[in-house]
Ligand binder design. Structure first.
Ligand code: KG4
Length: 338
């Protein structure tokens, strides 16, 4: 008997639905919301309204592309949190309503678990997936964590950001440079043309495996402010060098703690996940680090790094197999640790 799961993701500004049968991806449809660009960040109320408009067509398209009908589904997995409450409510209510109509169970998924488990999305039968345990560097707009993953259900956070996340550092510094939101991909593109040694920004000195990015943000801001006194067009004249130096500093900070964690846990494999793992510099640096230390690197496909329902469906598939279902009175939650 095969198992077909519909995954629904609506935690922030992407409405996504995906279908997975026995761990193999059959469709993954994502509707991104452009409406936030003009505001320089996600506007929660606009996000939830856009989810309401998008969810039905996105789910229908995911079923159509997968070649299945609703009656073929065994369960519906949905992101229950963390994220924006209004946005989560749309996906959660839709998933529950559809499951009641079809008389099938729902499976609630922690969005962060989804990012970690995205490495188990198979596009072909013989695709290799990580073996447990492995270390996961989860870097997104809201989180920067080093996680020891012992099983799909047993994840221990070894380190976390104490202030901003890596994605926030990219986005906030990009905003200071006048780049559109989200700034991460723009910094990534500009960095390829700049000199990563051109500017030196502050690096944190905090104990253990925790991260901090707020000092870097302040030092980036001061560098720009001080130099603009001499050259009002400083940012325009140096944008590639600023981007390359910023990206290098973020990578150095990420790698410093990851290397410590790898040593402490004698890691044999390291995976990365979350929006910032789409960054070319981050991907190259992790691959290079793993090669030098004979560690297996798991670098996700770019389409599985940012918010997507395929990762929700695969996390839901693991929980479905374990018989771990969600009761209909479980509400969404905005904040949670892994
Ligand atoms: O995981 P994600 O899609 O969403 C949440 O955190 O909810 O991550 C979004 C973050 C944003 O901060 C965005 O700027 C960053 O991922 N990002 C990147 C790149 N692509 C997305 N940062 C650096 N380089 C990229 N290529």
């Amino acid at each position: 008997m095969s198992t077909t799961i519909l995954g629904i993701e609506s935690s922030c500004d992407d409405t996504s639905a995906a279908v997975i049968t026995d761990g193999i991806l059959r469709s993954n449809v994502i509707a991104s919301q452009k409406v936030h660009e003009q505001f320089g960040g996600v506007v929660p109320e606009l996000a939830s309204r856009a989810h309401q408009q998008n969810i039905l067509p996105v789910v229908s398209e995911a079923l159509r592309q997968a070649g299945v009908s609703a009656s073929d589904l065994d369960a519906i997995a949905f992101t229950r949190g963390p994220g924006l409450l209004g946005s989560l409510l749309v996906g959660t209510s839709f998933a529950k309503g559809m499951a009641i109509g079809l008389d099938i169970p729902t499976v609630d998924v922690n969005h962060l678990h989804g990012h970690v488990l995205s490495h188990f999305i198979k596009e072909t039968e013989d695709q290799e997936v990580p073996e447990f345990p492995f270390l996961c560097l989860l870097i997104s707009g809201g989180n920067s964590q080093i996680i020891l993953v012992r099983s799909p259900f047993d994840m221990e956070i070894l380190g976390s950001t104490i202030d901003d996340a890596a994605g926030e550092a990219f986005d906030k510094c990009a905003k200071v440079m006048g780049l559109p939101y989200p700034g991460g991909p723009h910094i990534d593109r500009l960095a390829t043309e700049g000199n990563p040694e051109a500017f030196k920004f502050a690096k944190p000195h905090i104990p253990d495996l925790d991260y901090s990015f707020s000092g870097l943000k302040t030092s980036f801001l001061y560098t720009i402010r001080d130099n603009m006194k001499l050259d009002p067009d400083f940012v325009e004249h140096h944008k590639a060098d600023l981007a390359a130096s910023l990206q290098k500093t973020i990578i150095d900070i990420l790698l410093d703690k990851l290397a410590k964690a790898a040593k402490q846990t004698k890691a044999k494999a390291i995976a990365i996940g979350g929006g910032v793992s789409a960054n070319s510099g981050v991907r190259n640096a992790i691959e290079d680090f793993c090669r030098r230390h004979s560690i297996k690197a798991w670098i996700p496909k770019r389409s599985f790094t940012t918010d997507n329902a395929a990762m929700v469906a695969i996390a839901g598939y693991f929980k479905y197999q374990a018989g771990d279902f969600c009761s209909l009175d479980m509400p969404p939650y905005s904040k949670v640790e892994v």
